[in-house]
Ligand binder design. Structure first.
Ligand code: MLT
Length: 309
């Protein structure tokens, strides 16, 4: 009989608004994905979800705060490949561990990486870009969202393939970094597609290539890195919701169901797809599958990235 009695908290949760920490500036890719999905989740849960942008240290400041929050389902975080994987090798003194200090809730989106540049950056295509940054490695600069952020880690991978070490220019998120790129204040950036599509379509920045095996339907004219001559550079990030460790299984289940329902909603899907996101299928949305993704991503990035000093 016990199996048929839902825990009291699952029947009542949530009874007040839920805080969703976004570890980067408003208007950037994590913020945009979190806002699209949580707006729908709030309808399902019957309570508002308030986004709180907490910036700094490549998203690790916010993620530390989320790890230490009460595990009552009222403080969550939309983390990503940086905060919940790449940060591990890059920050030897990281105050949290993505696997030990969080309950995975649900994967929200895959976000392919693009090589972008200010509109008047001289190279016309990826071949010219490679030659130019190699010849001018001491002069060019790459914008990013802090050590351990997706933009930082992706360009680190690109730079290791090209064997160059250009100057990095850190921002509190690629929202502000994109503003600087549009304004011509920085040279180039490796950014998630969600942030890039509106600017590429508006013609305010250049896109040299998308680092995925196939072109993205939202940007049919942008070649893949393989088509453009740099097949080794492959990069796709992801966004996912996490709760502090020890959050009850009933709350995890209700948040997971609300997130999955949002990803099935036509309006949510349309907005995510217009921005080039890859929407996870049902099997990829479970907490177990997110736990596996985090484990695999830590294992993948650890040998690639060196600790920040
Ligand atoms: C953001 O939301 O600003 C990004 O996800 C930052 C990044 O990791 O590059």
């Amino acid at each position: 009989l016990g199996a048929f009695v839902a825990p009291a908290e699952a029947q009542t949760y949530p009874t007040r608004s839920v805080t969703m920490i976004v570890p980067f500036a408003a208007g950037g890719p994590t913020d945009v994905v979190a806002r699209i999905v949580t707006a729908h989740m709030a309808q399902t849960l019957g309570q508002s979800i308030i986004i709180e942008n907490v910036v700094g240290a490549g998203g690790t400041t916010a993620t530390t705060r989320a790890a230490r929050a009460a595990n009552d389902g009222y403080t969550l975080i939309t983390g990503h490949m940086g905060t919940h994987a790449a940060s591990v090798p890059l920050y030897p003194k990281l105050a949290y561990h993505p696997e030990k200090d969080f309950e995975p809730i649900a994967l929200l989106a895959g976000t392919p990486i693009l090589i972008l540049a200010r509109k008047d950056f001289p190279p016309k295509d990826l071949t010219e870009f490679v030659a130019y940054v190699k010849a001018n490695a001491e002069k060019v600069n790459a914008a990013h969202a802090g050590v351990g952020s997706v933009s930082h880690v992706s360009c680190e991978l690109l730079h290791s393939i090209l064997d160059i070490k250009p100057v990095g220019v850190p921002f509190n998120g690629t929202g502000p970094a994109m503003n600087a790129l549009v304004a011509g204040q920085v040279d180039y950036m490796c950014d998630q597609i969600v942030n890039a599509v509106p600017q590429i379509n508006a013609g305010t920045i250049k896109a040299y290539a998308i680092a995925t095996p196939a072109r993205n339907p939202s940007l049919p004219n942008v070649p893949t890195t393989a088509e453009a001559g740099l097949p080794k550079f492959q990069a796709q990030a992801w966004n996912a919701i996490f709760a502090p460790k020890g959050t009850s299984p009933a709350i995890v289940a209700s948040l997971n169901a609300a997130a999955s329902k949002a990803l099935d909603d036509e309006t949510v899907r349309k907005r995510l797809l217009e921005l080039g996101s890859v929407i996870p299928g049902p099997a990829e949305r479970t907490p177990e599958s997110l736990a596996t993704l985090v484990k695999n991503e830590i294992a993948k990035w650890t040998p690639v990235l060196k600790p920040a000093t």
